[in-house]
Every structure is written in structure tokens, then in C-alpha cells.
Write a protein that binds this ligand. Structure first.
Ligand SMILES: [Ca+2]
Ligand SMILES: [Ca+2]
Ligand SMILES: [Ca+2]
Length: 269
């Protein structure tokens, strides 16, 4: 190594420059998914650790991801198999916006035409209200983003199982009352949504790789990497900044640590 600035540092600096100073939100949880060999996906921010629900890592593997390692979830064992992680996000109660950013490298979805990537149905003072990110429409897969029940869809085919990593973001703005989704930093759907703030007492469970509905068949099949949850609505520039930082050559966990620090520092101002 020379003392020339590492590309990841350049990416982080570019992201910092893209962040509006007035933003009040914070990074609530960050799952790098670099090593889930213990059956735990560690949340490096608030300790909202996610626990694998199918035995001792049955149908769970560590693979090379978009940023370091990733969790690879295999949908096998029949409907009763719980091929997903479970967690709670108590810091989101009271939020007036939520943003969720993650990477997927999806295979063909076998058990259902609608599978959860990062979802809950026990949230905002109600049960059976979908929130989060899902994949649907087998054979011509699209991104389905949910806020308090209703969903917004990308165009068909944008999540085809082509072996490529894709960056997905859901942004709910409880002040502007909008829901917006992005693929690889580009807006792919938006619509009207509910006002904030998020009601308690429930804060999940949220699932990595599952939607809790419909005969337990909605298990995701593929790899998931680098999940970040924010308690505010990220701007389009911030979403693209996260995507761009994730595609710099040789992205590293140190980069994401630096990104986490940036968001935490902003919260403390
Ligand atoms: Ca990772
Ligand atoms: Ca299942
Ligand atoms: Ca849909």
C-alpha cells in the first residue's frame, strides 16, 4: 500500500459531502453480515442482534458479499422451516421517517411468488401491517416496498436473478407522507403514504429473509449484505451516496465503520 488515499476513503468523503447538514436522523442499526457463523447477525450500532431461526445455521452460509462477507439464505426444508433471522428495532418507535438500505444477490424464489427481504407485520401500533422490502413476481422479479400495508412496486424484471448484487432502499417520509424505493441509487417507484410518528409498543419482530404470512412460505432464497436502518427519511443524494460508497473498488468493512461514524457524529451535533 502507498499512502495514496484508499478508494473507500474517497467514497466516504464524497458521501459526507453529499449529506445535508440539516438532517436530524441517525443510523439505528447496521448489520454487516460479514460473519454469521454463530447464527447471529450482529447490529454494530444498538445491539439489535438478529438471530437465525432454523436450528444451528441450517440453510445459512457465509459467502463473499458486496462489502466483505454476506449471509446466504437457502429456502429449503418445506414451509415449516424458518429460514430467516429475527430482530426488533425499538429505536424506530416515535420516528417520523424510516430508511432501510441493503444489498441482495437473489436466486430463483422457489416457495412463494412473494418473499420478504427485510420485513415486519407487527409495527406502528397494529398487527398484520406490512413494512419493509420484498421481492415478488417470480420469473420477472420486481422490488415491492411496503409502508403500513400498502406497497409500491418497481417495474417488472428489475430484480431478475442474474447473479449480480443489487442495492435496494426504502424511504418512508412521515412528514411529507411519501414512500419511495430505489434500486442501485436510482428512484424506481414513489407514492403517497401515512403521516408519522411510529406508534408503539411493538417494534417487530422484523425478519431478514422472510415475510410472516400465508403459510410460512415467504422465505427469501439468495444472499443478503450490509443492512442499514435509519430513523429518518434519507434524501435521494444520500441514498445514491450509500450506493456509490458500496461499489468502490475493494470496499471494506472499515469503510462501513467510517460511514457509521459519520451518521452517528451527525446525530450528536
Ligand atoms: Ca458484508
Ligand atoms: Ca418457511
Ligand atoms: Ca406489489
Amino acid at each position: 500500500m502507498t499512502n495514496k488515499a484508499h478508494p473507500s476513503i474517497i467514497g466516504a468523503v464524497a458521501l459526507a459531502a453529499a449529506l445535508p447538514a440539516a438532517t436530524q436522523g441517525a443510523l439505528v442499526s447496521h448489520y454487516t453480515l460479514d460473519d454469521t457463523s454463530s447464527g447471529i447477525a450482529v447490529d454494530s450500532v444498538n445491539g439489535n442482534n438478529a438471530v437465525w431461526q432454523n436450528g444451528t445455521n441450517t440453510n445459512l452460509a457465509n459467502v463473499a458479499g458486496q462489502i466483505g462477507g454476506a449471509a446466504d439464505l437457502t429456502d429449503a426444508g418445506g414451509a415449516a422451516a424458518n429460514n430467516f433471522f429475527q430482530l426488533n428495532l425499538p429505536q424506530l418507535v416515535g420516528a417520523n421517517g424510516i430508511s432501510i438500505s441493503l444489498w441482495i444477490n437473489n436466486r430463483n424464489q422457489t416457495s412463494s411468488g412473494y418473499n420478504g427481504i427485510f420485513m415486519t407485520r407487527t409495527f406502528n401500533g397494529a398487527t398484520n401491517n406490512s413494512w419493509g422490502l420484498a421481492i415478488e413476481n417470480n420469473g420477472n422479479e420486481r422490488f415491492d416496498a411496503r409502508v403500513n400495508g400498502p406497497g409500491i412496486d418497481s417495474a417488472d424484471g428489475l430484480l431478475t436473478d442474474d447473479g449480480n448484487w443489487k442495492h435496494l432502499t426504502l424511504v418512508w417520509d412521515g412528514v411529507a407522507q411519501t414512500a419511495t424505493q430505489y434500486i442501485n441509487g436510482v428512484e424506481t417507484a414513489t407514492g403517497a403514504s401515512i403521516a408519522g410518528p411510529i406508534a408503539g409498543p411493538d417494534s417487530g419482530p422484523w425478519y431478514i429473509g422472510y415475510d410472516d404470512c400465508c403459510g410460512n412460505t415467504r422465505d427469501f432464497d439468495g444472499a443478503i449484505d450490509d443492512i442499514m436502518v435509519f430513523d429518518n427519511a434519507l434524501s435521494a443524494a444520500e441514498v445514491d451516496g450509500i450506493y456509490q460508497a458500496g461499489i468502490v473498488p475493494e470496499p471494506s468493512t472499515s469503510l462501513l465503520g467510517l460511514l457509521s461514524g459519520l451518521f452517528l457524529l451527525r446525530r450528536r451535533r
